[in-house]
Design a protein around this ligand. Sequence first.
Ligand SMILES: [Zn+2]
Ligand SMILES: [Zn+2]
Length: 300
Amino acid sequence: MISTEPGSDLLTALRIAHPEWRPLLALIEAARWEIERPEWRDSVPSIPSPSPGPEPLLSGTVLAVASRPIERWVHRVLVTAAGAGPDAPFVDAATARRIDPRSLLQAAVAQDEEHLDGLSRTVGDTHGVLAALAPLLAMPLLHACRRAWTASVPVSWPHGYCPTCGAWPTLAEIRGLDSGRHLRCRRCGGDWVTEWLLCPFCGERDHAQLGSLVSAGRLERDKIEVCDRCHGYIKTTMTFAPIPPEQVVLQDLATVVLDVAAVERGYRLPQSRGPVATRIVAGRSGLRAFLSRAFELGVV
Ligand SMILES: [Zn+2]
Ligand SMILES: [Zn+2]
């Protein structure tokens, strides 16, 4: 059984256990490195005061990102994905160049499925590869947002979707000695507390409509919580400490057997909530960005 304790090298464990996942794991590893690059951090605006409404923090923001990091990151993802073989038939060097990197990142960050569909049609992506890559593409910028806006996340967030980026949770943690239930976002690593008996997708609270499944071969700490009102499900794992934000995407992959079990029983993940109103505009690059930031900080 793969160790999924926070702090363990889950990436290495998955590489050994699932050599067939190596192209995907290479993408995730690339995303983890990319998250640490300062260009993304420098693109995130400050949020003066948190909104009391139901919109995630990302909504209404304008992210000024220079062209170079976008082009570099999008190109890297598409080229790495090409190693996945025949399931990514459009991702060759020539067709990858036909995709506008900024447009693709915009669609990915905003979860704009219509926009993604249009880009897929442009390059003949009939396998939904771009849609599958979208959460990974969005990770560097959205992790930067989460880090920058931590203090602005409402202490109490009663909604099922991520308070930072607006995505549905990818898993739930039953955490620590007090067994608090936390929802986690694979796009930005977000972490928010929720009630025990509550479907994050439709808000169902009736215990007669809510249940859980345990997949054969899994440890007792892993289960699938299901809702018979909306037929949604969420993978749930018991943890002593929070899964590090950068590892949520790996934990999601490590528990894919639970997704299979849920789908086999007629449950499914919900559709995206619709695009978040955010825009990625052209930002300053290189020396100009550095000097501007230094000026803001009073260094020069
Ligand atoms: Zn999020
Ligand atoms: Zn539900």
